[in-house]
Ligand binder design. Structure first.
Ligand SMILES: C[S@@+](CC[C@H](N)C(=O)[O-])C[C@H]1O[C@@H](n2cnc3c(N)ncnc32)[C@H](O)[C@@H]1O
Length: 217
């Protein structure tokens, strides 16, 4: 019923989040979205941006995936349903309210081999000993990406978690006025990764794709 009504006017329910202020489930044109105050978190434009990122990298159905910033899990659905990906996905999310929404509203628990980790992704990368073949970095608080995601320390950790030839998709931000911070990642990490910078993805987003080298030089 909600699905049908949403073709005539958007239906919204809002709830408080300690991290994002408030979040909203919106039904629009028959589709359920997760939005923050100023942007889409899951199943709307964000999903399109990450779907485009996935189309630009190579991975196999059994590759082990790390998703930093689970949100409602819309890219997990793309991996499972559109790419027939079957490998384990570790999804890290700081906000317990978002985890509950992903479970109750978007049915994330029904998908097999998804390990949901309730943690700060910045601490998680410091402490884990696991390694991955595909890493998606999609950390936003409303419209902003945490500054730490541009630091040398963070990228050194990402390099350690990356298997040889691993692919990284970094959703680096929206409406970026300068790409200085991204240029610094590229220049400081070129011994670990080959990079491709994609700008104006879906008009607003910047994606940084990184391919882990076989051997660090
Ligand atoms: C754009 S949404 C992620 C959407 C998701 N990747 C998808 O496919 O639907 C960004 C998420 O990052 C989470 N986040 C922000 N900072 C974080 C942090 N330091 N550690 C873990 N999650 C964080 C937010 O709570 C939010 O749920």
């Amino acid at each position: 019923m909600k699905k049908i009504l949403s073709y005539f006017w958007p239906l919204k329910s809002r709830f408080h989040s300690k991290f994002s202020g408030w979040l909203e489930i919106t039904w629009l044109n028959g589709k359920k979205l997760l939005n923050s105050k100023n942007t889409n978190y899951s199943y709307g434009s964000l999903q399109k941006v990450l779907r485009y990122g996935l189309s630009e990298v190579k991975f196999r159905p059994d590759d082990k995936v790390l998703l930093l910033g689970m949100g409602g899990g819309s890219i997990i659905k793309v991996l499972r349903e559109e790419y027939k990906h079957k490998g384990q996905i570790a999804a890290v999310e700081i906000d317990p309210v978002v985890i509950e929404v992903a479970e109750k509203e978007f049915g994330i628990r029904a998908l097999k081999d998804i390990k949901i980790i309730h943690a700060d992704a910045l601490s998680y990368v410091q402490n884990t000993n696991e390694s991955f073949k595909l890493i998606i970095i999609d950390l936003f608080i409303d419209k902003n990406v945490p500054e730490e995601c541009f630091s040398v320390d963070f990228w050194e950790k990402i390099s350690k978690l990356s298997e040889p030839k691993a692919q990284i998709i970094f959703n680096a931000g929206m409406d970026l006025r300068s790409d200085q911070k991204i240029r610094e990642i590229i220049s400081k990490q070129e011994r670990h990764f080959d990079f491709i910078l994609l700008e104006n993805v879906m008009g607003r987003n910047t994606l940084l794709l990184a391919l882990k080298k076989m051997v660090n030089v």
